[in-house]
Design a protein around this ligand. Structure first.
Ligand SMILES: Cc1cc2nc3c(=O)[nH]c(=O)nc-3n(C[C@H](O)[C@H](O)[C@H](O)COP(=O)(O)O)c2cc1C
Length: 264
């Protein structure tokens, strides 16, 4: 048996907003590009940057105990490319006129202006992975631009954000519960017509047994418990499917599952 292989560039399939990490440590101020920049906790809000061994910024963050993170707007592609091409170990990047620093309110490191947001962060957790290190910082101050710039997105190459994806179909699941109850959950676009959900049991030959029309939850989805209508459906659920329909959307089909136990 051959050993499973993991492509070297698998990580390039990830999509994220490009970050600019800035840090002041003693007499040194630096800016680097970091596409592995995320929020990792909501309350308190933590932002994390994941840095490889080549990034000198890691040692600066470790010493300063802080960093500022700007999530780039699509106008900052040149700056992101530049800040990611050179190291502070070789050249002071802060001479670029593309970098406009904002004065920090809560930490000593300046933040890069022109992004979707800038967050001043105090390091709370440092996680060392085999190659990279994650610095997770509590956001202690934030800076927002006027208006709503569009994000600079990394997905292998750098992109602007496209149009919102239009959902065209219902997505559904169906679970057989003890006591002959069928729990059906579905999401889907409302369309212009009747917003209610029509649920049916589809037999192996394609015949549909209607299981009624149902109202949406407060979130616009559906989650209902239905009595199973016929004995064969109970005995051989594997050969059957559930169909969920809504006006203006393609129907969604679900296999009927029968988990041995529920998570709660
Ligand atoms: C768009 C872009 C995104 C990048 N994202 C990361 C990243 O998430 N983590 C990382 O370690 N390096 C990343 N890099 C590479 C660093 O920015 C690069 O190694 C840089 O020279 C480090 O600068 P420093 O040595 O001054 O810290 C990225 C580069 C580019 C152009």
């Amino acid at each position: 048996m051959t050993a499973p292989t993991v492509p070297d560039d698998l990580w390039k399939r990830l999509t994220s907003t490009v970050g600019l990490v800035s840090v002041r440590c003693g007499a040194i101020t630096n800016v680097m590009a970091a596409e592995w920049s995320y929020f990792v906790n909501k309350a308190p809000l933590y932002a994390a940057v994941v840095l490889g061994p080549r990034a000198a910024t890691g040692a600066l963050i470790a010493e300063a105990g802080e960093f500022a993170l700007t999530l780039c707007s699509e106008d900052q592609a040149e700056l992101a490319d530049f800040a990611g091409a050179f190291s502070v170990a070789d050249v002071d990047k802060t001479g670029s006129e593309l970098i406009e620093f904002g004065a920090p309110r809560a930490i000593g490191s300046p933040w890069v202006a022109g992004g979707l947001l800038a967050a001043e962060c105090v390091v709370r957790e440092t996680v060392r992975f085999p190659g990279h290190t994650m610095y997770a910082g509590e956001v202690v101050a934030a800076h927002l631009p006027e208006g709503s710039p569009r994000p600079l997105v990394k997905h292998g190459a750098m992109y602007g954000l496209g149009e919102p994806v239009r959902r065209a179909a219902v997505a559904a699941t169906a679970q057989l519960l003890p006591g002959g109850v069928l729990r059906v959950a579905a999401t889907g676009p409302a369309g212009d017509g009747d917003a209610r959900w029509r649920i049916g049991l589809v037999s192996e030959d394609g015949a549909v047994e209607p299981l009624g029309e149902h109202a949406s939850t407060a979130h616009g989805d559906v989650l209902v418990d239905l009595p199973v209508p016929s004995r064969p459906a109970l005995e051989r659920p594997a050969g059957r499917r559930v169909v969920v329909e809504r006006d203006g959307a393609k129907p969604g089909y679900a296999r009927i599952t029968r988990p041995s136990r529920s998570p709660r």
